[in-house]
Design a protein around this ligand. Structure first.
Ligand SMILES: [Zn+2]
Length: 332
């Protein structure tokens, strides 16, 4: 029998006052949100879960119930905006967008464990090039290894993303993974269930348990030296670029061809350099190397109108879509 996750449900003023007081004493916070289609078209935030170190305290904020009290959440929102307080998250992108929409604040000091996992493949685990390509082709991504190998320039420096559950299994953590019943409910009923009130206790458990899992992964990553005092600042810089990576595109429908996929956008691990140009689809400004390049001799004369990761999305989704060349003037 799996142990239950202990959490405090916050849906009124006294509970948010208490939660804010406890959270303000924590040197870092663990954050994860639940809602309907979060980050996408029609997205609505339902729960904002915040934990302290090792998930010792977990507060589940009922965003819908607290709407009338958003002004009273200001002290908490100020902590979210404070870059000195690290926010430990797993794939921060959708949560980042929803928190901006709900509280008009941009999370600062994010440390995204999904990026720490990718960094560790190269810097700690010494994974070779063949493993990077194999990872891109695995996990039901509809990218045959043959296709990846045939397009070395397209996939240059592109990394696959790993899900939290897979990471927990790989790390052999004692923490239970995601509740399979809730995962199945999600598949059959969609994410509307997060807007129902009262929420099923099983859903509240699920949301709070995510904080426990992220807390356990964070401790594990530190033990493995995937996160150290030396690389923390770099990870935060990368995480903030990751947080903003969907911001410029805005909300898109679930089945949108340029919606997110299990591939890490480029210019996240390294900061943009040289000439920065926009992708017509994800709208992100990126370095030239993030696009397919057309050269005349050694001179770059053109680039594709959409970035390489957007082109990979077309391959994964098996959609034909016109990709055009845009001329590049390196002198401007
Ligand atoms: Zn793009």
């Amino acid at each position: 029998m799996e142990s239950m996750t202990r959490y405090t449900y916050c849906d009124n003023l006294p509970s948010i006052t208490h939660a804010t007081r406890v959270l303000a004493r924590s040197s870092f916070l663990i954050i994860d949100c639940e809602g309907r289609n979060i980050g996408g078209t029609g997205g609505v935030l339902s729960l904002m879960c915040i934990g302290t170190e090792r998930a010792e305290h977990i507060f589940v904020f009922d965003v819908l119930a607290l709407k009338a009290h958003n002004a009273r959440l200001r002290p908490l929102v100020n902590i979210l905006a404070n870059p000195a307080v690290k926010k430990i998250m797993w794939d921060c992108r959708n949560d980042f967008l929803e928190i901006v929409a709900e509280y008009q604040v941009m999370l600062q000091g994010v440390l995204d464990l999904q990026l720490a996992e990718i960094q560790s493949r190269i810097s700690i685990r010494g994974e070779r090039e063949w493993k990077r390509l194999a990872r891109l082709a695995s996990g039901g991504r509809r990218l045959p290894l043959r296709l990846v190998k045939q397009n070395p320039d397209l996939f240059l420096g592109v990394h696959s993303l790993q899900g939290m559950d897979a990471c927990i299994r790989e790390a052999r953590l004692v923490t239970a993974g995601k509740d399979p019943q809730v995962v199945a409910m999600h598949k059959t009923n969609g994410s509307d269930m997060w807007l129902e009130r009262p929420l099923l206790p099983q859903l509240l458990q699920y949301a709070a348990h995510d904080i426990e899992m992220i807390g356990a992964l964070y401790e594990h990553f530190k033990q493995q030296s995937w996160i150290t005092p030396t690389n923390t600042d770099d990870l935060v810089d990368q995480s903030m670029r990751y947080a903003y990576s969907m911001y410029y595109q805005g909300r898109v429908a679930d089945d949108h061809i340029f919606g997110s996929c299990a591939v890490l956008p480029l210019d996240i691990l390294r900061e943009p350099r040289g000439l920065i140009v926009p992708c017509q689809d994800c709208n992100r400004m990126q370095s030239l190397h993030c696009f397919t390049i057309n050269k005349s001799g050694r001179k770059i004369i053109g680039r594709t109108n959409i970035c390489r990761v957007c082109q990979i999305k077309l391959l994964i989704k098996e959609v034909s879509y016109p990709v055009a060349w845009v001329s590049v003037n390196m002198n401007t």
